[in-house]
Design a binder for this molecule. Structure first.
Ligand code: DC
Length: 235
């Protein structure tokens, strides 16, 4: 069967990864969560005292970038891949609010973006991939056959994220999560390198009032239509 590349971009906590995972599973494709890669570099920077707690030493972080080895490892039980930072499973730690508070700062560093974008391009060289992030349809795979741009109101997104964090046992307030979501939106959309923006040929998908099943079905149908058209030679 013809394989395609699927790029899913959008604001934080729009449920990109949930849909991307389901789509990859249904199509037998690889799923890559690029946010996890930016989060892992952020954790590395925090552990070394390069960001967070009012401190900042971007130069030192950039110098140490070659020492960072990122790898995804598939977890059979969970049914998805977990992030390894220099061999250590950091899947839970990279999802904490502390990391979320620092990640946009790290994600705007040009050298970090270059390193991660190159890795992402390599991962998708064979197609058959669903990748989610902020710049996948614009920078990583500008030729992706299917591009989706997901949006939802900041309040809905903050509420989803707040519930997720509570379920994981983090003590957070809805107000702080909302502030973090709004702050990340602002930094992600206004940064100089690869800001978050909808690719011209992306399908905009507002899921504020849409259930998971409907979202999945719509996207799966988009993908099947493109795959079938490729097979029959209709573009
Ligand atoms: O998708 P996420 O919330 O886990 O992403 C974490 C942060 O990483 C987000 O605030 C922006 C950044 N990011 C990015 O700049 N480019 C990507 N392709 C993916 C994430």
């Amino acid at each position: 069967m013809e394989k395609i590349t699927i790029a899913i971009d959008g604001y934080s906590s729009t449920g990109k990864s949930t849909i991307a995972k389901q789509l990859a599973k249904a199509l037998g494709y690889i799923y890559v969560d690029t946010g996890a890669m930016y989060r892992a570099v952020t954790l590395f920077a925090m552990r070394n005292g390069f960001v967070g707690d009012e401190r900042e030493n971007i130069h030192a972080l950039v110098k140490l970038l070659p020492k960072i080895v990122l790898r995804f490892e598939y977890n059979e039980t969970l049914g998805y891949s977990e992030m390894l930072l220099n061999g250590e499973n950091v899947e839970n730690e990279i999802r904490t609010l502390k990391v979320s508070e620092n990640v946009s700062r790290v994600a705007e560093i040009e050298e970090v973006r270059h390193m991660l974008v190159d890795m992402q391009k390599d991962m998708g060289a064979e197609k058959g991939i669903v990748m989610d992030g902020r710049d996948i349809g614009t920078v990583v795979f500008p030729d992706a056959e299917l591009k989706i741009f997901m949006t939802a109101s900041p309040e809905k997104r903050a509420y989803r994220r707040y519930k997720e964090l509570l379920d994981k046992g983090e003590k957070v307030s809805y107000e702080n999560v909302l502030k973090n979501v709004q702050n990340r939106d602002r930094i992600d959309s206004t940064r100089e390198f690869s800001p978050l923006r909808k690719a011209e040929d992306a399908i905009e998908f507002d899921n504020s009032d849409m259930g998971l099943k409907e979202q999945f079905e719509r996207m799966y149908n988009y993908a099947l239509r493109i795959i079938n058209n490729k097979k029959t030679g209709v573009i």
